[in-house]
Design a binder for this molecule. Structure first.
Ligand code: ZN
Length: 282
């Protein structure tokens, strides 16, 4: 298997700020590190060792993936995973499973033998082409030519998704109650649970139209469910919670007792709704 490459911009920035080089140098020097023959590493050998560590850091920074949301379980490099290509319209989903202590990859559409597998490196779907292009080129040195990056109609949908996502986030944190909110931020103002439900429904439809399945769609279903509950529509709330549950199983499988820890999984959300509306669990 060919060696993992490092993104030239990353290597360049490591060389420029000298931090990694200094750390590596002190590591060998202060610990009086020895080579296989038992000799202290110094002179040319020390320089070569420092260069090796610097290159390894560049490979790590290019390929490391966060384990869990926000890197809750750390980060790591997985050689097979690093060889899967990127697409902004992926056919597979990868995530860290803390229960299995493995990085798992699930197909999100039916794949035929020989089909190329694609995952979304950036992890974010509600982004414009320019935002994705910036992140892909600076972190991985990639120019993406997928349908979302080449078809203006799809880019329009992604722009709309970003706007709705921001509007929902502002409603959730109360920022949309600010005076002249829409004029200041340029995103639609959501004032009631019913409006929030409509916005989250539109977002989930935009995901569907592009056959996009990701945790962001799970979140959109959760938003639909949550705001339906707030609006007194308990049947609708349960329906969307069921959709979230099905999608969650598709994306991360069923070996997920870790989701219970922070009551994060769709199953626990369904239990919560049933408890709220006084239903007995089926
Ligand atoms: Zn793309």
């Amino acid at each position: 298997m060919a060696k993992l490459f490092s993104q030239p911009l990353v290597t360049e920035s490591i060389k420029k700020n000298q931090h990694v080089r200094r750390e590596a140098w002190s590591f060998y020097k202060i610990k009086k590190w020895r080579d296989n023959e038992g000799n202290h590493i110094q002179g040319k050998k020390l320089n070569r060792a420092v260069k090796r560590i610097t290159n390894l850091c560049a490979v790590y920074l290019t390929h490391n993936v966060e384990l869990g949301p926000g890197g809750k379980y750390g980060s790591g490099v997985f050689s097979l995973h690093s060889r899967i290509s990127h697409s902004c319209v992926p056919n597979a989903y990868s995530s860290w499973n803390p229960t299995l202590e493995r990085l798992t990859i699930h197909a999100i559409h039916d794949l035929k033998a020989g089909d190329k597998v694609f995952i979304n490196y950036t992890g974010k779907v509600c982004r414009t082409r320019q935002q994705r292009a910036f992140s892909l080129s600076t972190t991985w040195g990639i120019v993406c030519n997928c349908v979302a990056c080449t078809e203006p109609a799809i880019d329009q949908m992604r722009r709309r998704m970003l706007v709705i996502d921001q509007a929902l986030a502002a409603y959730a944190c109360g920022a949309s109650r600010e005076l002249n909110f829409s004029a200041i931020y340029g995103i639609p103002q959501i004032s009631t649970a019913k409006e929030a439900l409509e916005a989250a429904e539109e977002l989930s439809q935009l995901f569907k139209r592009q056959r996009l399945c990701s945790m962001e769609l799970c979140q959109a279903f959760r938003d639909c469910s949550m705001y339906a509950l707030d609006a007194g529509l308990s049947d609708v709330a349960l329906e969307y919670a069921g959709k979230e549950f099905d999608l969650e199983k598709l994306l991360i499988g069923t070996e997920t007792p870790h989701l219970k820890e922070d009551l994060n999984g769709a199953k626990y959300w369904i239990e919560y709704i049933r408890n709220e509306i006084g239903c007995m669990p089926s």
